[in-house]
Design a protein around this ligand. Sequence first.
Ligand SMILES: NC(=O)c1ccc[n+]([C@@H]2O[C@H](COP(=O)([O-])OP(=O)(O)OC[C@H]3O[C@@H](n4cnc5c(N)ncnc54)[C@H](OP(=O)(O)O)[C@@H]3O)[C@@H](O)[C@H]2O)c1
Length: 414
Amino acid sequence: MKRKKITIGLFGFGCVGSGLYEVLQLTPKLNASVKRICVKNPTKERSLPPENFIFDPSMILNDDEINVVVELIDDAEVAFEIVKAALMHGKAVVTANKKMIACHFEELLFLQHKFRVPLLYEAACCASIPVIRNLEEYYDNDLLVSVEGIVNGSTNYILSKIRKEKSTFKYALGEAQRLGFAESNPDLDIKGLDAKYKLVLLLAHAFGLVVKPGDIYNLGIDRIGNAELEYAEEKGLKIKLLAVAARNSHGNIQAFVLPAFIEPEDKLYSVEDVFNGVRIMSCFADSQFFEGRGAGSHPTASAVISDISALSYGYRYEYKKLDNDEVLQDQHSVHLKLMIRCNKEILHDVMDYFLWVDEYKLTNNEGYVIGITTLKTVSSILEQYPESSAILFDDQRDVKFPADVRLKNIAIHE
Ligand SMILES: NC(=O)c1ccc[n+]([C@@H]2O[C@H](COP(=O)([O-])OP(=O)(O)OC[C@H]3O[C@@H](n4cnc5c(N)ncnc54)[C@H](OP(=O)(O)O)[C@@H]3O)[C@@H](O)[C@H]2O)c1
């Protein structure tokens, strides 16, 4: 099949945009070239001469020779306006902006359908790992059980640095920003929002579920304290930020983002630094694991290039699974085994929210409870007590518990 010639209008020339430009120079076979680059700041120093840059989006959107818009800016709302206009002008779009897609999924589906133009976004989820197209194509017929993993490179980098080098949280975050792994607004990473936006994309391509970011519970890594780090070290566990989409025992889909204790036997345990790891469980293929760079200039650009190449052969997502009639379980009713750390004074009150307690511990000023509770409880405790935190025990999800044995079998350490 002959490739279509691709003439690109590029928005953004930061970490990913400049990486894409460099990678494109090294892939001449692609028959793709950048005609114009639109950026924001006219006074910024750049690696290319000033005549390469424009500041007016309409010079790309109204240029009939440009058949593909590549959107790589860091402002999700402006990005949506650009992508919307590009699709309405009949231009195919490649983007890496998960927040923009997750917050406008339904409108973007509608625009693709109405204007009959493709929108591809492999780089938006796990950067260099080809998970979206695999879910869309390869796992088209196999019955998926779960898609879960470490989908945010900067939080994994921060957690690895804290554990290996005993760095402070602030220092590790600064390093992630300096190396271009973190989002311009670091809250998107450390509060688990970026992982949640990616989970919205995974849910659509794995299960055909179109949900809003607000439908998914997210907790980031910014509340993790010494007690959890010490517990992990003592038990030989690691803490990782997990995004989970999994079918529960009733057949509904559960989805959440939580920091989790990971066992050494788990493949996610050895996924370190800026790497991402995604495990896909399906009925027929069983467990499969993808690992790769989840952020950074060239790794992210590699996924953008792959989408550009796919467009040159006329590829588009077909969203076949949208007719599957799957149901997302209400986030508040999800039962999980968790550790909740809180002030000593409120520990017994917190314990009352648990349906089952395995263990609790009190030290000078604080303590923790380990047991089974709902995400509703986690959300209300964390809202009431800002200094508290919660961590998932990943090996014991979708727990079933006998309600009448509540608070038996408690190991106490005081
Ligand atoms: N960095 C990663 O590892 C990574 C990985 C996966 C996905 N992504 C996604 O890729 C996108 C770009 O991230 P990045 O790290 O490359 O960001 P970045 O380094 O902060 O660069 C952002 C670029 O967007 C431009 N820009 C901002 N507002 C604009 C506007 N209104 N009009 C035109 N240009 C505008 C900026 O222009 P100026 O140069 O003039 O400031 C800059 O060139 C984001 O959606 C991010 O979530 C990033």
